[in-house]
Write a protein that binds this ligand. Structure first.
Ligand SMILES: [Zn+2]
Length: 255
């Protein structure tokens, strides 16, 4: 008993000198064997160089985005949304969806939702009937999905076809997968041959959207060509990217 009391007193008296009495630090998530990608929190310090107003994004290590609410936010394999991020202004989309789409998927952030509805109505005038496949996806949904793939195929393989939670653009509430009236080729390569894909490629920018993963830019975006996945960035940036023929990565990192 006396020994215990002595040790206890030593712990109280010497914590600043000896570290052995303190509770061991919990192992960091980043050092988990299942999560080899290194994560760093973006440094929020303002740079003294004010000439470049664009947010800083990473091209290497996975970084947590400082301004996840930005309409033109860059989310990709190097830039992740914070784990606690949830868009505050989600709105239900008043457009046709595939019957299998959950209530969660039928949402986008307010501004993107309004513009998408306008776009779908404009397409109708050209006899193009667009349907939603999958819009917003919560962090929890992406996490559950990813973990299911890891369980089935292992972490390394799951990473090749599924986005790490926080890095799926669908979590922003600004991206949606679109298909045609009959729903064939939904989120599939064959969608590229459909008249709906042609219409999207020609008109999305007028409504503030971009084809986020264009053909020939696989190395820049980290994704294969997805003619069905459109992303809202606002009309001004959408038009600029279209005119210049660049991706959102190139807009931030190479311009
Ligand atoms: Zn998508």
């Amino acid at each position: 008993m006396r020994t215990h009391i002595t040790i206890g007193i030593s712990c109280l008296l010497l914590p600043l000198v000896l570290f052995g009495c303190s509770k061991k630090e919990e192992p960091s998530k980043q050092s988990s064997k299942n999560q080899p990608t290194e994560t760093v929190v973006q440094n929020n310090k303002q740079s003294s160089n004010t000439r470049k107003p664009l947010p800083k994004y990473s091209t290497g290590k996975l970084q947590v985005i400082a301004q996840p609410d930005d309409i033109s936010v860059l989310v990709n394999k190097h830039n992740s949304l914070p784990e606690t991020f949830n868009p505050k202004d989600l709105a239900s989309l008043n457009i046709p969806f595939l019957a299998s789409a959950s209530t969660e998927k039928r949402q986008l952030r307010k501004e993107a939702a309004t513009q998408l509805e306008k776009m779908v109505n404009a397409a109708k005038k050209d006899n193009i009937y667009l349907k939603g496949v999958s819009g917003y996806r919560s962090h929890e949904t992406q996490k559950a999905l990813f973990n299911r793939y890891v369980k089935r195929d292992g972490y390394a393989k799951a990473r090749t076809y599924s986005a790490l939670p926080g890095t799926s653009e669908h979590e922003t509430g600004l991206s949606i997968d679109i298909t045609g009236k009959d729903g064939t080729c939904a989120a599939d390569d064959c969608f590229a041959q459909k008249p709906e894909a042609e219409w999207l490629a020609k008109h999305v920018q007028d409504f503030g959207f971009i084809i986020r993963y264009p053909k020939g830019k696989e190395k820049v975006t980290g994704y294969k060509y997805e003619p069905w996945h459109i992303r809202y960035v606002g009309v001004k940036i959408a038009k600029e990217l279209t005119i210049k023929g660049i991706t959102l990565e190139e807009y931030y990192l190479h311009s």
